[in-house]
Structure formats: C-alpha cells, structure tokens
Ligand binder design. Structure first.
Ligand SMILES: [Zn+2]
Ligand SMILES: [Zn+2]
Ligand SMILES: [Zn+2]
Length: 600
C-alpha cells in the first residue's frame, strides 16, 4: 500500500539521526511537521507524492536541529537590531572600526550598544578597548560596551546620557570608577553584581514595537543560520511576564516564529518573588501553548538572595543567611503546584545550600518526578551531583568557561578549571545533561562555538582547559545539544532525534561536523535549516529554497551592515564531499525535480 505523500523528502544525505536503533540514514521524509520515514533513499522515496518537495542533500551532513537549553532569546530578540555584535570578531582593530562606522550611522538619541557575547581573549590584541579608544571612535554618539558579566565601558556621550556625575553613588555590589576629581571615567565594574551594568543599559533608548518584532525575527533567523531550531528561554532581568512578552506572543499568533521557544518565568521583584510566582500560577500553567511556544515553569531566578553571580574576575559571592528561607517558601509553592523550575547556580557552595532547601521541601512535598534543573553548575562536586540525581533533577551546562576560562584559571588554578563544569561526572551519575550558551550577554549564542569548546577543550582565546579524558567526542557533544537539551522542556519524545514521530527539525551543515579539524568546528554553520519540515534558512546551493528576504528595520541597524556572529574571513568551511551522480547531469533546478537516484 502507498503511504500518504510526504510534504518534504531529503535524500542522498549523510544523516546522523542520534537514534541508537538507526544512527545513520540517507534520507528522511516529513509530513504535517513530523518525521514519517528515515532510512535508505529507496525506502524513504516511497513517501514521495506528486506535490512532495524533494531535496537532494548531495552527500552533506545533516543532524537534528540544535536545541539551546539555556538562552535569553525573548529579551535578546527585543534588542538584537540595536546591537553591534563583536561575537566572533578576530581583532580589536576590526571591532573599533565597526564601532566608529556604526557611530556615524546611528541617529540621536540612539546609542551604539555592544552587549556582551565576546571575550577580550578572542582578539589578536588580547585586550579590551580603552576608554580613550571608544571616545575617539565615537565623540558624539553614546556608546555602551558590555564585557560578559564583569564590566561596561561608556564613552563621554553615554555618561552624559545616563547622567552619572561625581554626585552619583555606587549601587550595592557595583562600582563606578572615578578619576582623582571623583568624576566617573566611564568604566562600570560588577563587584560582583551585574545590576550596575544592566540597570545602566536599561537607561538607553529601545526600539519601537514594530522594530522589536523585526528584531526578534532577525535574531531567530540568525539562530536558524547557525542550525538552531529550538531554545529554552531562561527569562532575564528586565524581562517581566507578561508585559515584556507581547512581541514573542504576536509572532507566535502570526505564525512567524522560526525557532521553537519554551520559556521560564523569571521573578523581577527582590523580596516580592513569592507574590510574583503566586500571581503567575493564577495566570498560566506549565505546558500552556503549543510546539512553537510553550510555558516551561519557573526560573532561572527564583529568589534574588540565591543569585551567585558568575564573575570569575571577582571572588565567589557568599549568599546571605536569609537565602534558605526565601528559597524554601518559593520552591514549596512551586512543588505544591507541580511547576517545573530551574535555578541559576554557579558554585558548589551555593548548590550545597540550595540542595539542603530542596531536600527539606521534598520531605514534606515529594518532588515525585517533577522536572527541575540546576543551571550552569561550573564547580558542582560529585557529592552534590549525586544529590541532584537522587531528587530527579537535570543540569543545564553552557560554554561560559569558553569566555571566562582565563579568569577562572587565574583565580582558582588550572586543576580546578579542568573540572569546570564536571560533565563526565554528571553523565556517569545518570543526571540528564543539556547544553546551551547562556547568550546573549555572558557568552555568544553561536552553538558551534559551544560545540568547539566541548570537543576541543579550548576557550575562544585558545587556552586549553581540559585534558583529553574530560573532552566530549563530537557525537556525545551533539547529543547534549539535541536530545540532551530536549529533556529540559519535557520534549525528549518529540525533539532531538531524527526518528519517526519526531518533529521535522533538521540542520544540514556547511561541512562535515564529524570529520573537520578541531579549529573548524566553530566555523560551521547551516546551509539548510528546517523547522517542522518548513525551510527557515537556506544558503549556497540550497538558496532557491530560502524564505523571502526580511529587510532589517531600522535601516541604520548594525545588523543590516554586519549581520550577527562574525563570518570568518575565509567564509564557512567549504564542503569537501560533493554528490556526484552517475545518472544525472547537474541540474540547476535540482530541488524541484529532485534526482531519481533512489531508483537504482
Ligand atoms: Zn544564570
Ligand atoms: Zn541565563
Ligand atoms: Zn542523481
């Protein structure tokens, strides 16, 4: 019997499914958003009908769409078009050149914003710009440069715009650097609380609503270019529910989302956290939404007193004695209402105290399979990993060490850095582990930079952090970035593998991830990304499949001039293997007619 016709068939590929029952395949078929067949060309081609779009992958490597289990897409999307990204730039000279050009392009009262995602060590010069350099690059236009979670540089025009003077007091946990007359120099330092950085950034102009919509779409397209098809959004400071979700909700309603988003709700009110969650429990429920946009519970901020900031330039913060009481009240409320939750947790000392609270709640109100997770966990001990396992928790890891590893080694030594985070121990303990970036500020959103760190053991500045035994092989790293991450939104039965019944989320790569040299992993990108069988990004020989262009708005946006993550001068890694078809001449309209090699 003829199966119902598929909407799309990809064939003649080197498909890694990550399904242990059938790890590799040549072809797959998608119908109504789901994979209906995976296997050899001939088997899958049985699903082709007259209206089926047939795509010849020409031997390229295809993988499940990547899933970032901890990022800040919703907030990042609102501002993406305002941001000059230094992510991936090889030199400070190029960064300053772009800053100078963008300052000339930016109309008052807008700022030039460089908001994290880079490390000073990625630059050939291996340093941050000086205040003199950013003042020279932008004498009139306000400039705000955020470096990770540790400092921000403001030029003189930005200092005037935010109104910082000798009379301005330092906020708790932050410092405004001053000259000998007491005047602010323009350098803001987290010590270790980044509130000073984020609250200063929040004084800048934002985009009008229509441009925020465009901006979020541009950011999702940029993630599609990098092979991402799903994320879990960890909320964020100044990202308040439901007020700051209007744009993403509109994109969802208008079916314009090209990345699936599961989102956690992040409290905004120090000492009012319980009331926030109580209100949200009345407003929504975990799982509300659909496969594109779904509520995923609470976090990553549950109570402000539990925030252990990951600034490795500063000593580890000791959490206040009130933390346990604050956290217990909120966690008890969440567990009673069966709300999954996640908690930002950098250091083992904090994690010990968090687990004391969780175990206490669990004795009264059993977790009983409730999905919960720690985020980051760079220095978690084997003992605490076992405690997470016993309570059924997961751990979402990110490549923050790729950006701050040099600082970590300076403060704690190379031996401690080699264990941070202890991924092999987490996996041995049977704890679900998901991978992600924690973008957009404390690291870049580029998943291939994270895969490069996991597999090569090096920071973006080239420092080797991990011995071979503590690096992941490429397949294991990819598994964390796909099926591993799917657990964190409870979607491990529909995402992260290329198997029948799973969502048709597929990434076709610019080169073979499994065989390129280490230094080329971070330069990979997608040439064809599908979400639910729909093409959301296509380039190179697949360009004719690409969705219609989406002009950047406003037109002066740095994204219009430079895009997002810097494309290396050499361009994406060239594909070595090309499909040579013995039976057919190269066809210009190869995708519409397909190739009938399956018949042989
Ligand atoms: Zn965090
Ligand atoms: Zn985060
Ligand atoms: Zn052919």
């Amino acid at each position: 019997m003829q199966p119902p016709a598929a909407d799309v068939v990809l064939h003649n590929g080197a498909i890694t499914t990550l399904d242990r029952r059938r790890p590799t395949a040549q072809a797959l078929a998608v119908r109504s958003g789901r994979i209906v067949a995976v296997g050899a060309d001939a088997e899958v081609m049985a699903h082709r009908g007259t209206d089926t779009r047939v795509v010849d992958l020409r031997g390229r490597t295809a993988i499940p769409g990547l899933i970032d289990s901890h990022t800040h897409l919703i907030r990042g999307g609102l501002h993406y078009n305002l941001e000059l990204r230094w992510d991936g730039l090889p030199s400070l000279a190029e960064a300053l050149k772009r800053l100078r050009e963008q300052a000339q392009r930016t109309p008052a009262p807008q700022w030039v914003r460089v908001v994290g995602g880079f490390s000073e060590f990625q630059f050939a010069e291996r340093r941050m710009p000086t205040l003199d350099e950013i003042n020279a690059a932008a004498p009139e236009t306000p400039v705000f440069v955020l470096h990770l979670y540790d400092r921000a540089l403001l030029n003189a025009a930005a200092l005037r715009a935010v109104g910082y003077t000798r009379a301005t007091r330092d906020p708790p946990g932050g410092r405004i650097q001053r000259d000998r007359h007491g005047e602010p120099t323009g350098l803001l330092i987290a010590q270790p609380n980044a509130l000073i950085l984020y609250s200063t950034l929040a004084k800048g102009p934002t985009l009008p609503l229509e441009d925020q919509v465009n901006s979020t779409r541009q950011f999702m397209r940029e993630l599609n270019r990098l092979g991402v098809t799903s994320v879990i959004d960890a909320g964020g400071g100044y990202q308040n529910y439901p007020d700051d979700y209007a744009v993403i909700e509109r994109l969802h309603r208008d079916r314009q989302m090209t990345v699936r988003v599961a989102y956690n709700l992040f409290t905004q009110k120090p000492q009012g956290e319980y009331e926030d969650f109580q209100r949200w429990i009345g407003l929504t429920r975990p799982g509300a939404g659909d496969e594109f946009y779904r509520m995923n519970g609470a976090g990553e901020m549950l109570v402000f007193s539990a925030a252990d900031f990951e600034d490795f330039l500063e000593p580890r913060p000791e959490l206040a004695a009130r933390m346990e009481g604050d956290l217990e009240r909120v966690v008890r409320l969440l567990v009673e209402h069966r709300w999954p939750f996640r908690l930002h947790a950098t250091y083992d000392e904090s994690i010990t105290r968090f687990l004391d609270v969780f175990e206490r709640v669990h004795r009264d109100v059993p977790f009983a399979g409730l999905r919960w997770m720690l985020d980051h966990a760079e220095t978690i001990s084997p003992r605490n990993i076992d405690r997470v396992a016993a309570l059924g928790g997961g751990i979402a890891i990110q490549h923050r060490m790729a950006f701050q590893g040099e600082y970590f080694v300076d403060r704690y030594g190379a031996a401690a850095a080699a264990l941070a985070p202890p991924i092999p121990e987490m996996r041995r303990a049977g704890v679900p582990v998901g991978a992600g970036t924690d973008a957009t500020r404390v690291a870049s959103y580029n998943p291939f930079v994270a895969l490069s760190w996991l597999t090569s053991g090096r920071t973006v500045g080239g420092l080797m952090l991990y011995p071979p035994s503590r690096r992941l092989d490429r397949t294991e790293a990819l598994r964390l970035w796909t099926h591993g991450s799917a657990w964190f939104s409870g979607e491990q039965d529909v995402k992260g593998l290329l198997s029948e019944g799973y969502l048709g989320d597929v990434t076709v790569l610019s080169a073979d991830y499994f065989s390129v040299p280490d230094e080329e992993v971070s330069r990979l990108e997608s040439v064809l990304t599908m979400v639910g069988g729909n093409v959301v990004y296509a380039a190179g020989e697949f360009s004719s499949l690409a969705p219609p262009p989406l002009p950047v708005s406003p037109s002066w946006s740095p994204v219009a001039a430079y895009g997002g993550y810097a494309r290396s001068a050499a361009g994406p890694v060239a594909q070595q293997r090309v499909h040579v078809c013995a039976h057919h001449a190269p066809q210009p309209a190869w995708w519409s007619t397909g190739c009938d090699c399956f018949a042989f």
